[in-house]
Each structure stands twice: as structure tokens, then as C-alpha cells.
Design a binder for this molecule. Structure first.
Ligand code: HEC
Ligand code: HEC
Length: 226
């Protein structure tokens, strides 16, 4: 009951608080945009995805850090199994400069809106592989995911991201089996405001409530989900 109340207060005030912070994204989910993304062509997306493979993997599985040519390439997200609307939004946010990453800004600018919808459809059609991590005490992270923390106005992650981190319609991403290292980086980036393309600052407000240790535990929790 208390948790429900807190979530209500949180969601009701997020837009007001957001006005004080930078607004985030130019994507507006009109019926036309939703239809446009839904009609993305996965086959065309597969052809375009040839240029993404070197980093995101053959089938969008992503990587945790590894060394290539003496240069550390780290924290590359899994794209497989992601909601197409979320992927589309991220590609447009990178293209518009609302989400900053030099590599992805250049790549997304070279894609048309149609390319972005086609790529989103292709990656959304793939299943995301498991990346087991061995022994891990899930209890602490699981509490935050399932109960949140009323003392901090921290809503449980599941109310938005789903019972098993499967994501929720329109722009709430799938978290299940996301690469832990990327997950950790991106939550820390919301926390500092380096990442600020979340509509109504939802994730900036939440990540500010989390310690770096909690962020790490959550990243491992979601990577190891069955
Ligand atoms: C040179 C390596 C590289 C290539 C090639 C590349 N990416 Fe990325 N991509 C990254 C990195 C690194 C990130 C994480 C950036 C960040 O933290 O904002 C990323 C992030 C993303 C995200 C955000 C995912 C999320 O969960 O928010 C999407 C979507 C994406 N890339 C799609 C693509 C597509 C589609 C292509 C091919 C057209 C592509 N990328 C090519 C390195 C690459
Ligand atoms: C009020 C709804 C809401 C709640 C509660 C919420 N999230 Fe989110 N989350 C979002 C939305 C919406 C996005 C996408 C924002 C954007 O477009 O950048 C997101 C994005 C993320 C991302 C980025 C994923 C990626 O692929 O880049 C991570 C990681 C994340 N959330 C983790 C969490 C964790 C952990 C919790 C619980 C402590 C949580 N979220 C609670 C709505 C929520």
C-alpha cells in the first residue's frame, strides 16, 4: 500500500521536477510514430546490421569489456530482444544529439528514420542469449527490484521494467540479460546527468537515489536473469 502511494507521488511529480532539469528527448510518441516503428522491416534491418556487428555482436548479443588492438572497447549493450520502440528512440536521440556517445552519434546520424525503424525491428526479432555469471547473492538487488525503498522515494524497478525485466510498451527497455558492464555505465551516466534523454527525467531521478554499489548489484542481477 505504502509502496503504491510512493509510486503515485513519484510519477505524479516527475513531470514537474523534470521542468527543472533538461527535458531529454525530441521523440514524441504520436500514433503516426508508433505505427511507423511498428512497420519497420526486419529483413532490411538485417542487411543494415552488418555494420553494427563488429561491436554489438553477430546477433546483437553485446559484449562486456574486452581488448582489441590495444584499445579498450568496453560496455557494449545487447540489442537483441529489445523493444523496437525503445531502440528506435535511442537511435533518434543519438542522431539528434540528445544522447551523447561519439561513436553512436556518428553512426546514428548516417541512418535515415526508416533505417532506424528497420534496425529496431530486426534486433527486436532476435532472442537475447544468457550470460551466466557464477555465484551471486541476489537478495539485496532483488529487494530494490521488487520493493524499492520508501525511505528514499525509490520505486521498485519492476513497476516499470516488468516482473522479469522484460520491458514495457513504448519506451521502457528490456533489462533482462543486458550486459552488466554497460548497465552499470549507463545508470552512472544517468546519475551524473551525462545521459539525459529519459523523458521526464525518470531514470535520472531514480539513479540519483542509488549508491554505486547498488548499481553494480542491480547490473549483475539483471544480467543473470533466466
Ligand atoms: C564501434 C562500435 C559500435 C558500432 C559499430 C555500433 N555501435 Fe551501437 N553502441 C556502441 C557503444 C559503445 C554503445 C554504448 C554507448 C553509450 O553508452 O551511450 C552503443 C549503444 C547503442 C544503442 C543503445 C542501446 C541501449 O540499450 O540503450 C543502440 C540502440 C545502438 N548502439 C545501435 C547500434 C546500431 C543499430 C548499429 C549499426 C548501425 C551500431 N549500434 C553500431 C558501439 C557501437
Ligand atoms: C517510472 C518508471 C521506471 C522505473 C520505476 C525504473 N525505470 Fe529504468 N527506465 C525507465 C525508462 C522510461 C527508461 C528509458 C529512458 C530513456 O529513453 O533513456 C529506463 C531506462 C533504464 C536503463 C537503461 C537501459 C538501457 O538499455 O540503456 C536502466 C539500466 C534502467 N532503466 C534501470 C532501472 C533500475 C535498476 C530501476 C530500479 C532501481 C529502474 N530502472 C526503475 C523507466 C523506469
Amino acid at each position: 500500500m505504502l509502496t503504491r502511494f510512493i509510486i503515485f507521488v513519484f510519477l505524479a511529480h516527475a513531470p514537474l521536477l523534470a521542468n527543472a532539469i533538461e527535458s531529454g528527448s525530441q521523440i514524441a510518441w504520436t500514433p503516426e510514430t508508433l505505427r511507423f516503428v511498428k512497420n519497420g522491416n526486419a529483413e532490411k534491418g538485417q542487411d543494415l546490421a552488418g555494420t553494427c556487428m563488429a561491436c554489438h555482436g553477430e546477433r546483437g548479443e553485446g559484449t562486456n569489456s574486452e581488448v582489441r588492438d590495444d584499445e579498450k572497447i568496453s560496455a557494449i549493450p545487447a540489442l537483441a530482444g529489445q523493444l523496437p520502440t525503445y531502440t528506435y528512440k535511442q537511435l533518434r536521440d543519438y542522431a539528434n544529439g540528445d544522447r551523447i556517445n561519439a561513436t553512436m552519434n556518428a553512426i546514428a546520424k548516417s541512418l535515415s528514420e526508416q533505417d532506424a525503424a528497420d534496425l529496431a525491428a530486426w534486433y527486436g526479432s532476435l532472442s537475447r542469449p544468457r550470460h551466466p555469471i557464477g555465484e551471486f547473492d541476489v537478495a539485496k538487488a532483488e529487494n530494490m527490484v521488487k520493493d524499492g525503498d520508501g525511505k528514499r522515494i525509490l520505486p521498485p524497478c519492476f513497476v516499470c521494467h516488468g516482473q522479469n525485466g522484460e520491458g514495457e510498451k513504448i519506451d521502457i527497455p528490456r533489462l533482462a540479460r543486458q550486459r552488466a558492464e554497460y548497465f552499470e555505465n549507463t545508470l552512472k551516466a544517468y546519475k551524473t546527468g551525462d545521459r539525459h534523454n529519459d523523458i521526464y527525467s525518470k531514470m535520472r531521478l531514480i539513479s540519483k537515489q542509488l549508491t554505486d554499489e547498488e548499481i553494480k548489484a542491480l547490473s549483475i542481477y539483471y544480467q543473470q536473469i533466466q
